[in-house]
Design a protein around this ligand. Structure first.
Ligand SMILES: [Zn+2]
Length: 443
């Protein structure tokens, strides 16, 4: 029955594809095809991608994927060959994708890696961030998506032909105008490499815990980009005795980076790669043993006041608090952000930020208040990824109370509760917040 539904869905998609605007150009690249979405093909961008592939794979002492020998032009698929393979790319030796005008099917041959055939890697290259977000179906600045015929992108993606590529091959979606292009490439291509390593061990990327997935990708990107700022965040986090099995979503990147760095220091690059499948398979048993060793190692990194403030701002998600409050945020808050995030601030800046935003603000216009109220769901969304007891409930309760106060027009009570919610939900893991909460408890 499921297959039937999928078949019908694909027929519908195929017919929509004919009608959809074909706002992209296809070109081949070493390991698959590039869809240049709302933009012209650009050799320099492709060179950057190829350089990043080479750097990421060699960083981990892994062989480079090999392009299919005959692959230099887009080739039309021979009729009947896809059905004859029973729709299996590994039997067919290619992945079929529609041409942008949907007039014919193209066959993208499979590259190989480490002696085995692998799926092609589709690059979806866009010219701005919001396009990436609509293609990836997320708020990410760039994304890796592995092949999955039932992936939700099928229903989210506004362009059915592009959605079809994504359901048939692995893909990387990126914005070539991003100031972080190189970092994003290194990060997303590391997810591709993780996916390939998983296949070597009969695992899937889904088997890899999020902390390890993001840690592997971000460690690679930070190492290649010589960015060590994660050390400050990890040092403060480790001192606070947090365990590694329940890291909140936004901390997966710096803490995962720190964990992978610790393991690579301990086992070496080759040892880490050799132990990878064992770590994935026995994560819940291995991590509790590693945690105290990691804590001792990460917290041993000495940081100065500016580095501590940088870490604290990240842990308390100050920029997110600033984004929620943006319509009523005092000018001084922006200069605090400038200092703290460029590693030139102090812990007094953090305290000053909370003092500043906690001061009562005159009632804003209806439109501005409505804008604020619309941002409240961001808080609930942030809380939803948190396993700390009570956080999800508190966020939901406060959201309800805030909407009541908004309907009543009680601005001062609304503002006070909004700030309290930012402190207790969004900035929950911050030192200042916990010191405050302990004082409350002991009262
Ligand atoms: Zn990632």
């Amino acid at each position: 029955m499921k297959k039937m539904v999928l078949a019908i869905a694909l027929v519908v998609l195929a017919s929509v594809a004919v009608a959809a605007s074909t706002d992209y150009t296809l070109t081949p690249w070493k390991y698959g095809v590039v869809a240049w979405v709302q933009g012209e093909p650009n050799v320099a961008t492709l060179q950057k991608v190829e350089k990043a592939v080479a750097d990421v794979f060699s960083f981990w002492h892994q062989p480079l994927p090999e392009s299919a020998g005959t692959w230099s032009d887009l080739q039309e698929m021979e009729k009947g060959t896809w059905a004859a393979s029973k729709y299996d790319p590994f039997t067919a030796g290619f992945v079929p994708i529609p041409s942008p005008d949907a007039s014919k099917m193209l066959a993208v041959p499979l590259p190989s890696w480490d002696g085995e055939k692998i799926l092609p890697l589709t690059l979806l290259i866009a010219s701005n961030r919001s396009l990436v977000q609509s293609l990836a179906g997320s708020t990410a600045g760039a994304a890796f998506s592995y092949r999955s015929p039932t992936y939700t992108v099928l229903s989210l993606n506004p362009n059915p032909s592009l959605a079809m590529f994504m359901s048939r091959s692995d893909s990387v979606i990126l914005n070539y105008n991003s100031p972080d292009l190189r970092h994003n490439l290194d990060h997303e291509l590391s997810h591709w490499l993780t996916n390939l390593i998983c296949q070597r061990h009969d695992l899937t990327l889904q088997d890899v815990p999020h902390l390890l997935q993001e840690g592997f990708a971000e460690y690679t990107a930070c190492k290649l980009g010589r960015d060590g700022r994660w050390r400050n965040i990890a040092a403060v986090w480790a001192k606070d005795d947090h365990d590694l099995l329940n890291v909140p979503y936004y901390m997966l990147y710096p803490i995962g980076t720190s964990l992978v760095s610790f393991l690579v220091k301990r086992d070496g690059v080759d040892g880490f790669i050799e132990g990878f499948s064992d770590l994935v398979a026995n994560w819940d048993q291995i991590i509790p043993d590693i945690t105290p060793l990691w804590q001792a190692w990460a917290s041993n990194y000495e940081i100065d006041g500016a580095q501590q403030a940088y870490a604290e701002a990240n842990i308390e998600q100050l920029s997110l608090c600033g984004m929620v409050l943006q319509p009523v945020l005092p000018e001084e808050a922006f200069s605090i952000f400038d200092r703290v995030y460029s590693l030139a601030g102090s812990m007094e800046d953090i305290e000053r930020f909370w003092e500043l935003i906690s001061a009562p603000v005159p009632r804003p216009s209806g439109d501005i208040w409505k804008q604020l109220q619309e941002e409240v769901h961001t808080i609930v969304w942030v809380a939803s990824g948190d396993s700390y007891p009570g956080i999800v409930k508190m966020a939901a309760e406060n959201e309800y109370q805030l909407s009541r106060l908004w309907a009543k027009g009680d601005w001062y009570a609304y503002h006070a509760l909004l700030i309290e919610t930012l402190r207790n939900v969004v900035a929950h893991y911050g030192t200042a917040q916990r010191v405050g909460a302990k004082a409350e408890e002991s009262k």
